[in-house]
Every structure is written in structure tokens, then in C-alpha cells.
Design a protein around this ligand. Sequence first.
Ligand code: GLA
Length: 748
Amino acid sequence: MVHVHGRQFHLTNGLVSYIFEANEYGKLLNLYFGAGVPDREDFDYLVEYQHRPMSSCPQEGNLLYSLEHLRQEFPEYGASDYRRPAISVRQPNGSAITNLEYTGFRIIEGKPGLSGLPALYVDSTDDAKTLEVVLLDKLAGLRVRLWYSVIADLPIIARSARVENIGAEALEIERLVSFNLDLPDADYEMTELTGAWARERNVERHRLHSGTQTVESLRASSGHFFNPVSALARPGTNEHSGQVVAAAFIYSGSYEISAQVDTYGVTRLQVGFDDFDFHWHLGAGETFQTPEALMSFTVEGYNGMSQTFHDVVRKHLVRGPWRDKERPILINNWEATYFDFDEDKLVSIARKAHDAGVELFVLDDGWFGDRQDDTSGLGDWYPNPRRLPHGLKSLVQRINDLGMLFGLWFEPEMISKKSKLYEAHPDWVIRTPGRAMSHGRNEYVLNFADDKVVDGIYEQMKALLSSADISYIKWDMNRNISEGYDATRGFERQGELFHRYVLGVYKLHELLLQAFPNLLIEGCSSGGGRFDLGMLYYTPQIWASDNTDAVARMKIQYGTSMFYPLGSMGSHVSIVPNHQSGRVTPLCTRASVAMFGTFGYELDLARLSTRDYEEVKAQIAFFKRFREVIHAGVFYRLVSPFEGQRDAAAWMAVSEDRRTAIVGDYHMLAVPNSAFKRLYLEGLDAKMHYKVHCTGVSSIEGLIFTGSELMKVGMVSSDASSGESGGVNPLGETEDFASRLFVLSAQD
Ligand code: GLA
């Protein structure tokens, strides 16, 4: 998997190849990243030296050698490359000019973890190889170790960098990325997942242009605005074919992903910390490890890219027993009760849900401290005596007695001013001396960069989680840091706060998982404001959005699926009119969207009509039957809700053995006298015969087709009633926002 020829490195698993070399001056030059290619003795022909007038040349007498014109591996600024550097380190004399030179390499079997940081892992050392390349600048007292891990069965490479101060005085890291990739041209469309609260991860695309385009967050959290992922695809790429280079950050704090197109059409893709709030004081003898970033390549379009990321998350990122266990169908009381509940009300919601087949009851906000509304109680993680006078144990026992698992909401990083914790430790809050504190939803942020704060919250959570049989927690985070300042550290370390904060968040997760290895943690941040690969290392699932409206969710889940698997996407059926959009959608559509996620309910089922309640029971039975296909199968997006031509959306999941597939087919507004439609399915076995079962009205119910027909001729999916209403159509009626699920079962 790692071929070394002199100073040339070829990392390949047959699916991808990544080739770079150290030139005679010790500089690392990128030669190729793309589809797997056979090895050869010398790829040096891929370095193109050219004489370009008016260039700065670092080697006297050599007019052909200017770093500005070379595709580099880990570029530095200020010595003839004027593009964005991968690293910038200020030295005691005030200079930030460095000259890192290649000094050697080693190959590590498998893939080591990164201390204190989330990272891909492999089950056996045969499943990956890691190349470490060492760079040295003696004058600066700086050593950098670049890590590249090739995962055996996936077209993906994990990269990170470790910076060591081997000098006698402190260094200041002013810029550092986890990877730099100089691609030979700029003929790409960049995909971004952008959004806001309640409309997370919209798919946006634009052609690369000269200059720099970035997605970023300056919030010490990955945030709602841009997700820490990006894809560069050849124009014309669609869901099913086309070359895509993708990048993603396994990190949950501030970041920047940039694509800089230079004047020669070279695209420099970088993933790393952003410059605004990252600055690291590296004392003599200290080392600094970047988070890990991933790069992938496919010729199979956006679905190909997504499937790679789904696999990597499911097999090499999510850990512990919940990696392979079926995720429980849950009921969450938030939209059912908000803050208005007591023990009996919760038990009655749980009982009705249990009778319908729900497996886990989740008690959301309001159960702790003196929390009456959102102005108080955060930080006091003991049962609210007014709402739960018999304590938590009694409630948990009653839920367990029903035969359900019990789960609890926390917001560990936050504090209310009206709390016992604030009375005891006002100094635990992040604030800048002499300045007013901005609040978010009446909350303030605890200084998780300070170990004693993390330990204090851990002790409270540990006591609580040990006090009753709690299987799940929902870890929320409802605001970002403002007036950031670390009162526990001096002037030179203020630029470290945001990263140290994120390390504190990871530390608390790790402590909890070590103490309670069977705990299932669902991440959340005002909905999907911290949906990233970093969190998925600790929280196998993340609440995708506070917006539970089925139509909005089609977009949110479609966008989320670009990088994240269905089993990671928290998704619930809620009441109508929807609490976020006011829209009324059919119950079947709310479920058939939520089923392409973790699946659960967020309403009081007792308030449904008998007919709807019976429908819920059938939905749950359906999901239990096909949960494995949906969560462990291969997912294909078929029709995008972002592209308006069809006013529709469709997607499907195919079981690993390709014997079963579930297709979700969604319409927006009913169209009278509508056009004929077909869905071109994907991923089936061409020769297998599949019998069709549709949850709604369909002209092909019960018919048998070969996989080949369903993929090439297409599956007839015309609206049976063609949008007609008024009770005169013998085939029934279609409402707005209608949907159908098709089950395709292989016939022996
Ligand atoms: C956030 C979450 C919601 C809910 C509330 C409770 O907004 O995203 O799901 O838990 O907090 O306050």
C-alpha cells in the first residue's frame, strides 16, 4: 500500500493513488491524487519546471526553480511561494520564514489514534498503513511529522500533521492546516453544505474561480452556516457519475476549508484551523497535533463520494457497541410537552409509545436543577425537585418496567446565571474581564479549556448516570462562545482558547464513554449546529435539525446524506401543524422521511386519532423490519429536492446482499393531470428478480421486475390519481406532500 522509490512515495490501495516526492532541495512536491494507478519506478515527469519571468527563485543560479510554480505538499509562505501556506511559525527573532526540509520517513502498520482527538481507526493492522514523513528546519528548531493513512477497502486517505519545537525557545504557530492538496487544474465545481438554524445543510454548488473560496466557522463549533466538508467535482458530475475529490475535517471547532485557484490554474485545497482564532504558543520541547482531515476520490459522482464517507463513518469512525447494534426507535417529549411535564405525564407518553412499538423514551430539557423555563438551572445536573419529586430513579424504573430504555437530555457545556453552579463558580464562565457578556437563550458558556471545569461537570454527570439505568443521553449545545477569553491562561496563550475548548468537549465525551461504555450519546446543537465527523467519533447519531417539518427535512436529510450515513441522522415524526413551519403534511410522509434516519417520534401519541395511532404502529413495524437495510445498506440519492424540475425528491437504500431495497418517493404540491413519471433505480442486482410492494397506490403493486429493468427502463412511479381530487377518481386521491415507500424483495 505504500511504495517508496528513493524519495518518492506512492500510497495506493488500488482504489486511489496518492503520489508525492521530496526534491533535491528537500521540498515535498505533490505529483498525483486520483484513481488508483499502477506503480512505476519514477513519477518525476509529473513535476513541471518552467522558466517564468519575474519569479522569485530560492536557489541562486537556478531560474527554473520557483516554489510559486510547483505543486507542493506542505507549503510555507515567504520563500517564493505567494499562495496560502500550510504552516506559519513565528520564531524568537520575529521572523515567520521557515524552510522545512525532508529528512526521512517511516511506515506504521495500521493506523494509530491521535491523543485527545477523534480520528479514524481500524480493527486490525492489516486494514491500513500509515506513512510518516518528517520535515525539519534546524534554524527554527522546528520539526513537522506528516501522517498519511491509507484505509485498505476505501478510496480515502486520512492526514494530519504534528509540529514539534525542538529548539530552546518558544515558537508561535500562527497558521496550521491538517492537509494541503495542490491539484493540477481548476476545472471543478465546489459543493458546500450551507444553512442556518432549522435549515441545515443545503447543497450549494459554484464553479471554482481565480482566487480563494472558503467555507469556515469562527464559532469554536462547526456551526450551522457551513459544514466542515467540501467536494470538488468535474463539471457535468451528477449523483451517479463524474470525478469528485472530497475533503472533510474530523473536527468540531472553528475551521477553514479553502480552494485557492492561482494564476496558472492550480487549485490549492486546504483543510485546517482558521487564522482568526487559532494561535498556539509552542514552548521548547512541546508538540502540537492537528486534528485529522480526510480526502477521497471517486469517478462515481456524488453518490460514490457519499457512500465512501458513509462507510468510513460506519466502519472506522463510530466506536463501541453502538457501531454495530441497531439504533433504538425513540420517543422524545420535547415537542410533546416542552417544559410542562411531571412524572405521570411522561409515563403516560411513554406507555402509549411503548404499546406502539417504540423502544427508548427520552426525557428532554427541564428535568434538572431549578429549571422552570430556559432562564435557569443549566449546570445543576440533579433531578428537579418540583417536576420529579420522587427523583429520577422512580421515573426510570417506571419506564424500564414498561420494557423501554431510558434517555436523558444534557447541555454540559452551558450554565445559567440562575443556578447553584454559577453561585459556586462564577469564574467557570467564559468572559472577558471588564466587558459585558452576551448571552444566547439566557445561557453562558463554561470554560471547557480548563480541566477543572470539565472534571466538575463530569463528576455531576457521572453521579447522575450511576444513579439509575440510563442508556442514552442527548448532548445539546445551544450557543456559541462570545467575548472569548481564557482567564486561566496568560497573554501568549489566548489564541489557544477555542481549540482547547473543543479538546475539553472531547475529553468529557471520552470520560463518559470510558465510565459508561454502553451509553448511546446523540449529539445536538440547536438542532444540527455541530453535525460533524469529530462529534460522530463520540456520538454515533446527531439530531439533524430542530425543523421536523417533513418537506424541510427532505432537503436537510438529502444534504446531510452527502457526507453522513442515515444511521447518524436523528429524525423524528412530529405533530401538525408543524411547530417550526406551520405546515400540515400527511402522517405517512412525516414517517417515510424520518425513516431515512435514526427514526423516532416527538409528540404525544395519545393525542392522535385511533386511525393515526394504528398507522404509527404499522410504521414502527415496517421500520423494524427494514431498519437494517436502511442503516447498514447502501444509500442512493435519486431525485434532488434542491433541483426544482420535478418538484419531488427520491432516494433509496439497498441491503448489502442486494436482495432488498426500500425506495422513498416524495411529491411536493399535488399537480392535477400530472405527467407520467419513472424512477431510475440504482444499486440493484441486474439479474435478480424483485417483487414490488408499495405502501400507497401504485400501478405496479405486486409485479416482478429484474434489477436491470428497474435501473434501465425505470420503475413506473406516476401518481396514480394524477393529482385529481373530489372523490371521483377510482384510483384514489393525492394530497400535497404525498409520499410512497416501495419495497423491492428478491424472488428466488
Ligand atoms: C435545542 C434542541 C432541541 C431541544 C431544546 C431543549 O433547541 O435542538 O431538540 O432539546 O434545545 O431546550
